[in-house]
Design a protein around this ligand. Structure first.
Ligand SMILES: NC(=O)c1ccc[n+]([C@@H]2O[C@H](COP(=O)([O-])OP(=O)(O)OC[C@H]3O[C@@H](n4cnc5c(N)ncnc54)[C@H](O)[C@@H]3O)[C@@H](O)[C@H]2O)c1
Length: 266
């Protein structure tokens, strides 16, 4: 265990994983706890939240699983209140929740567009709305929002609602960072590239209908300049840095974690 988040309270929203293995939120919750944070592991899937909290407790860390739908204002207020009740405040808010639905503007149904915007973007507005007053009262706080390189690049597959929601997160985070810069609160965004997490399986199936999943995964590895995708720990370690005091003079930053993919012209 390290101490980079010693005595800090962190809320990780989307702390479970959609499938077996390590999603970004699960790895981030565990990484924060390994560095001393008390972690509220929030997920719409109770079992997934509990799995992460159990891993943390098994390693000697402090965590509580908390079921909430991050698109529901009352549930979001309650989750922030729970962290305050348990541990007296919120030092770190990590917004990891995100879903992908494939399709361009013609193929995307209005309901799907609204769903992706609600889960990927409105959830962050709600968690920030609830947590910022707590952080402001304490005079400190760090917000880390998860976007995607889809916000700034075309990745070869149409997913218009995902790209639009992830691009909006950049402006959203910048606006918070600047409004709260003089109040001790930092807000930064991470843009993961192609990461090998459980989340990619369903979108891969949708995008390359009928293809073999391992073949599709190999295609994604080959697209990356380093010859392989990143993984959930790469995102978690970037989040740890941004959440910690080591990043005390870093706010409104957009940290690309993609092994050079967005810099590559091909
Ligand atoms: N995996 C990649 O290649 C990649 C690339 C770029 C960006 N990202 C982003 O990383 C983030 C997470 O990826 P991951 O691999 O950890 O995914 P993940 O799906 O494994 O984890 C996300 C968790 O969020 C939970 N969740 C979904 N909707 C929720 C809601 N309304 N309320 C509360 N919890 C909810 C899910 O149950 C799941 O446990 C997403 O924002 C995604 O867009 C992933």
């Amino acid at each position: 265990m390290g101490g980079r988040l010693e005595d800090r309270t962190a809320i990780v929203v989307g702390a479970g994983s959609v499938g077996p293995g390590w999603g970004n939120g699960k790895a981030t919750a565990v990484t924060f706890a390994r560095e001393g944070a008390r972690v509220l592991c929030v997920d719409i899937n109770q079992a997934a939240a509990e799995e992460t909290a159990t891993i943390i407790a098994g390693e000697g860390g402090t965590a509580e699983a908390h079921r909430a739908d991050a698109t529901d204002p009352a549930q979001v207020e309650a989750l922030v209140a729970r962290a305050v009740d348990l541990w007296g405040g919120v030092d770190v808010l990590h917004n990891n929740v995100g879903i992908v639905e494939t399709g361009g503007p013609v193929e995307t149904e209005e309901a799907g567009w609204d769903r992706v915007m609600a889960v990927n973007l409105k959830s962050m507005y709600l968690t920030c709305k609830a947590a910022l007053p707590v952080m402001e009262a304490a005079g400190r706080g760090a917000i880390v929002n998860i976007s995607s390189i889809s916000a700034i690049r075309w990745l070869g597959v149409p997913y218009i609602s995902y790209a639009a929601s992830k691009a909006a997160i950049l402006g959203f985070t910048r606006a918070i960072a600047l409004q709260y810069a003089a109040k001790g609160i930092r807000a930064n965004v991470i843009l993961p590239g192609l990461m090998d997490t459980p989340m990619i399986v369903e979108p891969l199936k949708q995008a390359y209908a009928g293809g073999d999943i391992e073949e599709m995964r190999a295609l994604r590895h080959a697209q990356c300049p380093m010859g392989h995708m990143g993984d959930a720990w790469d995102v978690a370690k970037a989040a740890l840095f941004l959440a910690s005091d080591e990043a005390r003079y870093i706010t409104a930053a957009e940290l690309v974690v993609d092994g050079g993919l967005t810099a590559k012209v091909s």
